[in-house]
Structure formats: structure tokens, C-alpha cells
Design a protein around this ligand. Structure first.
Ligand SMILES: Cc1cc2nc3c(=O)[nH]c(=O)nc-3n(C[C@H](O)[C@H](O)[C@H](O)COP(=O)(O)O)c2cc1C
Length: 357
């Protein structure tokens, strides 16, 4: 269990949080906040980004936003990301796989114009995102690469909230890189993963995303998060509300420590690395054949699907079995990786009772 105290080793770990709170900029619509007491009294502004295909991530964002919205001393701006060309849901089979090259290479399709100009001054940004092909979903990546985001996020504390099947470790490394690029401060990370066993979710998640079948089959559990998991995320909204009241977002410590924000499964790292490498190489080849939707990509995509199935039925179980057998040798490494990926919010639950209701 980690408590939010972060260490740096191995993979690139985001830690751009300055030692002192960032300078607060003023704007016409927000009075200057040079006096810390005044800063504590003033209305706090929170930006909540939203994008969801099935509604799952939207429900999570709603649970977190509701306690903030209900507080008269907090102003919430919700910005729904709208891809210029909406992604279908459920996805036609080949369209689903056609999204992988640009997702893996983080070359997202553009968004429709945002309602934000970049001049707004937020105290906190809540950035929920889903994972697509081991990378942040294209709409979220498109937002982070948008010039407006660069202005909005510079120096600002960001709380990321991931809801995905269960492979998010390397996607989060990529997202941290994008936050670094715009000079944002990652202050917390909440992760919600589908509760079913990893191997079962390789079947149930595609059945949900491609055929729209959310109910479990062949004895496997339902796809997606449970209602209990989603409802439970309201605790993060309540804790953020209290942290904003006391101005903690201006500091460098996580606001959501002690709330069971994230449990990392570092055992999946090897499979994620193999998957990322293959997405990258095949993605390059497929992008060379044409743009998204081009017919020339289809034969290559079909070939890749076969390769991917082989990867899932070989690399994932083999790597999980080998790791189970060699666990005593890898224990130190796994503990180190787990602690690293659970940064900054940690898996400790000592404050959960305070915010559960
Ligand atoms: C194109 C695509 C690729 C996905 N790839 C991954 C993945 O690599 N790892 C993962 O854990 N979940 C993956 N998922 C599941 C999503 O992260 C998410 O749980 C699901 O799409 C529901 O999100 P929604 O709220 O947008 O409906 C993928 C979903 C889609 C649509």
C-alpha cells in the first residue's frame, strides 16, 4: 500500500510540482489573489473536462463534479470534448482497430472548437480520461495538444481520473509527458478499472465496445465498472471540495491521499510494454498505407488483429505465469514499480471513512 509519498526511479516519473505554490495570475473576471487569506475566501474555479462514449466516464466525472457544483464557493465549468468527426459507439469491428495507429502514436483526430479561450483562470482542473490502445484516448490527447490547453493548464494543478479496462500504466506515462509539455502540475491520479479478471476482460470489453453487449457471458462478469465503483467516486469530489476550501490545491501535496485512489498492478507492465511496442511498429506501417478509414489500411488491420489475438493468448498468460513463478525474485522490483505507478495519490485508505458519505 502506498501513501502518496513518491519516489523517482526506473520509468520517467512526472514530478514538475514546484516546491512553492505557483504564482496566481489575475484576469479581469478574477480578482488578483496576492493575499493568501483572500485566496482562501474567494470563489474557487474548477474546470472539469468530459468525454465518454458509453457514458461510463461521464458518470464518474459527474460523481466527482456534483459535490463541487453543490458548493456555492466553488464555480464549476464543464467542457465536453467533441471530436470533429465523432467516434461511433458501439464500434464497427474494423473502425475500432483503425483507431489504434493514431491512438498509439498520439496523433489524435481534431476536436470541434472549444467553448474555452485559454484566458480563463482555473484553480483546479479535473481531467477524466479513458485509455485507447495503451494511450490516452484520442479526444483527450487532442485536448492536451490543443493550443488552448497549453494556456489553460500552465502551472495549474491537475487531477487525472482514469476509467478503463485495466491496462493504464503506460497510457498514464504518456499523459504525464503531455502535462509536462504544457507545464501543468499533476497533483492527483484516481484510477478505476473493470473488476473482472484480466483474461476475461479481453473478451468482455471488446464484446461491449464492438457489439454493445455489456452483460457478461460464458460465466464471465459484466464489462465495465460496477455501479458501486462509480458511486464510490463521489468521495473524491467531496475531498476536493474540502481541499479547495483550505487552499491546498496551491501546495504540492496530493489532495486525495488516503482515499484508495489507485491500485497499480505492475504485473501487467511487461504485457503493456509488448503491446505498446507492437502498436507503435504496426501503427507506423498502417499509417504509411493511408489516413484513418482508408481502404488500403484494411488488409493490414486484419493481419494485425490476428497478430494481436496471438499476442493476447500467448504473451499475456505466459508473462503472468512466469511472473507468478518468479515472483520471489521480482518482489522488490514489483513493489518499486507499484509504488511508482501509485503516485501521487497512493492506495492507502485511512481517510476513506471521512468522505464515503
Ligand atoms: C478504441 C478503444 C481502445 C481501448 N483500449 C484500451 C486499453 O488499451 N486499455 C484499457 O484498459 N482499456 C481500453 N479501452 C477501454 C476504455 O478505456 C474504456 O474503459 C471504455 O471505452 C469505456 O469508456 P467510455 O466512458 O468512453 O465509454 C479501450 C476502448 C476503446 C474504445
Amino acid at each position: 500500500m502506498t501513501n502518496g509519498r513518491c519516489v523517482r526511479h526506473g520509468l520517467r516519473v512526472h514530478s514538475t510540482a514546484p516546491e512553492t505554490p505557483p504564482p496566481v495570475t489575475s484576469s479581469l473576471s478574477s480578482p488578483p489573489r496576492t493575499d493568501p487569506a483572500a485566496a482562501l475566501r474567494s470563489v474557487k474555479r474548477v474546470l472539469v473536462l468530459r468525454y465518454s462514449q458509453s457514458g461510463q466516464l461521464d458518470e464518474v466525472a459527474e460523481q466527482i463534479a456534483a459535490p463541487l457544483r453543490a458548493d456555492p464557493s466553488i464555480q464549476v465549468h464543464e467542457e465536453t470534448l467533441r471530436p470533429q468527426k465523432p467516434y461511433p459507439f458501439p464500434w464497427p469491428f474494423l473502425t475500432f482497430f483503425d483507431a489504434f495507429p493514431e491512438s498509439a502514436h498520439m496523433k489524435p483526430q481534431p476536436l470541434a472548437p472549444l467553448s474555452l479561450t485559454g484566458e480563463e483562470d482555473f484553480d483546479l482542473i479535473v481531467l477524466p480520461y479513458q485509455v485507447w490502445f495503451l494511450a490516452p484516448s484520442q479526444p483527450v490527447a487532442a485536448f492536451l495538444k490543443h493550443p488552448v490547453a497549453a494556456r489553460l493548464l500552465k502551472g495549474k494543478p491537475v487531477v487525472t481520473v482514469i476509467a478503463c479496462r485495466n491496462m493504464w500504466l503506460l497510457a498514464h506515462e504518456k499523459l504525464k509527458g503531455m502535462l509536462d509539455d504544457v507545464g501543468a502540475r499533476l497533483i492527483d491520479n484516481v484510477v478505476l478499472t473493470d473488476p473482472g479478471p484480466t483474461l476475461a476482460t479481453f473478451f468482455t470489453t471488446p464484446a461491449w465496445l464492438i457489439w454493445g453487449r455489456k452483460r457478461g457471458f460464458w460465466g464471465m462478469p459484466d464489462a465495465g465498472l460496477s455501479t458501486r465503483q462509480i458511486r464510490g467516486t463521489a468521495r473524491f469530489g467531496r475531498a476536493l471540495r474540502d481541499a479547495l476550501h483550505s487552499g491546498q490545491e496551491r501546495g504540492t501535496q496530493p489532495l486525495l491521499a488516503g482515499l484508495g485512489a489507485v491500485r497499480a498492478d505492475a504485473k501487467l507492465l511487461i504485457s503493456e510494454k509488448a503491446g505498446t511496442r507492437s502498436f507503435y511498429l504496426w501503427g507506423k506501417l498502417i499509417m504509411a498505407a493511408g489516413g484513418p478509414g482508408a481502404w488500403q489500411r484494411k488488409p493490414l488491420l486484419l493481419l494485425y488483429v490476428l497478430f494481436l489475438i496471438a499476442l493476447i493468448v500467448t504473451v499475456v498468460p505466459v508473462s503472468l505465469t512466469l511472473q507468478a513463478l518468479l515472483r520471489p525474485l521480482f518482489r522488490g522490483w514489483l513493489t518499486k514499480m507499484t509504488a511508482q505507478f501509485e503516485c501521487p495519490s497512493g492506495s492507502a485508505t485511512d481517510r476513506t471513512a471521512l468522505y464515503d458519505n
